[in-house]
Design a protein around this ligand. Structure first.
Ligand code: G3H
Ligand code: ZN
Length: 280
């Protein structure tokens, strides 16, 4: 069923769980993630980044329609979220296509500009019934490397009060697009931010975080957990190994089926880790 991100995040927070927000680039990702959520009997957020929309020629509608159709037919609760958006125009088309939330990413700007852009986006989002996420203290890995960035608890509280956002992405040591799970998280800082800030907290760059630390982060106050690279890594590994074992393959279904199965397996692992962190 189609859920809103607001409800999934609130539900997770109320029960001390996390909710997995897994990135979709193409149809096979969405199919695999929704099937994984059903297997785990847990909700999931399908998120599409502005970058992924760019890959699809700048039009969010085809991928949105696929995600929405899968969500409608699923036994699992599934919401649609626009990830790392810099354009309000894209937020508007995504909302019209069934997305219930977006992240406005102005984290590359200085803090004052970030606050101004984010406040405007949150105002607009709330007028349109959307759940709005923003970031303070840039999580690195997208171009410039700023894995050393840290979000200050008092600044975070001020930023949330000044912008009115519903969820806050914080920098506590993770970095985008890591292919090994070797990041260290500052859990002490996370707990301080958790007590300073009222809204749900979001972890970006989770692919680089060891499983046990992901579970600890949820227990220590992270609610929405974003993962992308891990899914792409298992997807690409599956394709590479199938094509090297069977170099004569022509039909894309042969390798995309293997890729989809690999993503489903990894997504199920992540959803259970994040939605039942104390079992980890
Ligand atoms: O917004 C998406 C996440 O932050 C994904 O990061 O690819 O490092 O898992 P990741
Ligand atoms: Zn991110």
């Amino acid at each position: 069923t189609v859920a809103t991100t607001a409800d999934l995040v609130a539900g997770a927070r109320a029960t001390g769980r996390g909710v997995a927000a897994l990135n979709v680039i193409q149809l096979e990702h969405a199919q695999a993630i929704v099937t994984a959520a059903e297997r785990c009997a847990a909700p999931v957020i399908l998120q599409v980044s502005e970058n992924a929309v760019r890959y699809h020629g700048g039009d969010v509608a085809p991928l949105a329609a696929a995600c929405l159709a899968l969500a409608e037919r699923s036994e699992a609760e599934v919401s649609l979220h626009l990830d790392h958006a810099t354009s309000l125009e894209l937020c508007r088309t995504a909302a019209a296509a069934g997305f219930s939330s977006f992240m406005i990413d102005a984290s590359a700007l200085d803090d004052d500009e970030n606050t101004r852009v984010t406040r405007e986006a949150a105002l607009w989002g709330h007028e349109n019934g959307l759940w709005v996420e923003a970031e303070l203290g840039e999580v690195g890995g997208k171009g410039a490397h700023v894995a050393d960035a840290r979000t200050d608890p008092a600044d975070a509280a001020d930023f949330v009060a000044a912008t009115g956002v519903d969820g806050l992405a914080i920098a506590i040591g993770s970095s985008h697009a890591m292919v090994t799970q070797s990041a260290a998280l500052d859990l002490e800082l996370l707990r301080r931010i958790r007590s300073a800030v009222s809204v749900p907290l979001v972890l970006h760059g989770t692919s680089g975080v060891p499983d046990a630390l992901v579970a600890e982060a949820v227990v220590s106050g992270i609610t929405k957990v974003n993962v992308s690279t891990q899914l792409n890594r298992v997807m690409t590994d599956a394709i590479r190994s199938l094509l090297s074992d069977e170099p004569d393959v022509v039909d894309p279904r042969r390798y995309l089926r293997a890729a989809r199965a690999a993503v489903e397996q990894q997504a199920a692992h992540l959803i259970s880790l994040i939605s039942r962190p104390t079992a980890a």
